[in-house]
Design a protein around this ligand. Structure first.
Ligand code: PEP
Ligand code: MN
Length: 313
């Protein structure tokens, strides 16, 4: 940790020593280098240090605030080979089980084995349909047992974990819930793969602190997902730098959601080409009847479009 200061070195360091016990301080012009603290727990001291008269700025390395995320290897092979690039595809929401079944069959024919199975949708409007919810579990389970695939499902509430346990292999923590620490802890304590999406405008540090929650509370398998900086009809964007940073500094797979970031199909192709070489894979909204999707209709690809995407990649 580096503390940039402007003032009396002796007074400032004595304040720091009072705040953090057994600390090692080194000095360079205008900077105090702090060492010897317990990584992670430094967050308990930063607010008080930043309030010391003369302290201008505090810089921390990611491994100092998130030691587990920085050192643990979250790449994994089971239930699928996350060391290779992979694609998660499927509808925005399951709105009709016949359409969903058709989608599953067509995706499987194209070699896609990790399928979006959303029964719970976070909606901006409280009047908007939120998916079948728990009522859809039984039908989903019949389709999953028959066609055998790895399912990805977002939940908004930790109390649903128990209910979806048998139909969900990868629990998605949606962008809105990236900072829902109760949900993060509970998902982390299951045996499931946790798929964590970055909240719009969340920094690398903020994303990694959410990963640290997962790591601290027991998650063994994590996938990160970049999904751009806006919800609903904002400007399409994808933060490729975040993907590169994660690849450079962490052993955690990260994929790019080209549907929610791009918001339309043409842009999705663009974002796929832009991100595929850096990421571990993609998330794509696909349906056998995209025009009937009650949510995100403009961005849901048809099977034909998805086939073109695979060929392009
Ligand atoms: C989703 O993937 O279904 C979704 C709602 O995405 P996000 O959380 O990124 O908005
Ligand atoms: Mn969607």
């Amino acid at each position: 940790m580096k503390i940039f200061f402007d003032g009396d070195k002796k007074i400032i360091s004595s304040h720091i020593k009072n705040i953090i016990p057994n600390i090692v301080l080194k000095f360079k012009k205008g900077v105090i280098y702090v060492d010897g603290f317990k990584k992670g727990f430094i967050s308990n001291y930063i607010p008080r240090i930043s309030a010391i008269d003369g302290v201008l700025r505090i810089d921390t390395d990611l491994d100092e605030i998130a030691p587990l995320s920085s050192t643990k290897n979250f790449h994994f092979k089971k239930p699928f080979n996350s060391n290779r690039k992979f694609i998660i595809a499927g509808p925005c929401v399951i709105d009709n089980f016949e359409i969903f079944k058709k989608t599953v069959i067509e995706l499987k024919n194209l070699g896609v084995n990790i399928i979006r199975t959303p029964l719970f949708k976070p909606r901006s409007s409280p009047y908007a349909w939120e998916g079948f919810g728990v009522k859809g579990i039984k039908q989903l389970s019949l389709i999953k047992n028959k066609y055998k695939f790895i399912s990805v499902m977002e939940i908004l509430d930790y109390r649903l974990i128990e209910k979806i346990y048998d139909v969900c292999d990868i629990i998605q923590i949606g962008a809105r819930n990236m900072r829902n620490y109760v949900l993060l802890k509970e998902v982390a304590s299951t045996e499931k793969v946790a798929l964590l999406k970055r909240h719009p405008y969340a920094t690398l540090k903020e994303l990694i602190l959410s990963v640290e929650y997962l790591a601290k509370y027991g998650a063994k398998k994590i996938i990160l997902c970049e999904r751009g900086d806006s919800f609903s009809d904002g400007i399409p964007s994808m933060n490729i730098n975040i993907i590169k940073e994660i690849k450079k500094s962490f052993n955690i797979p990260i994929i790019a959601d080209i549907s929610h970031s791009a918001k339309n199909i043409k842009k999705s192709f663009e974002f796929a080409l832009k991100s595929f070489r850096y990421s571990d894979g993609l998330m794509v909204e696909v349906s056998s009847e995209p025009n009937n999707s009650p949510i995100d209709t403009r961005q849901v690809m048809s099977i034909e479009e998805f086939k073109n995407l695979l060929n392009t990649l």
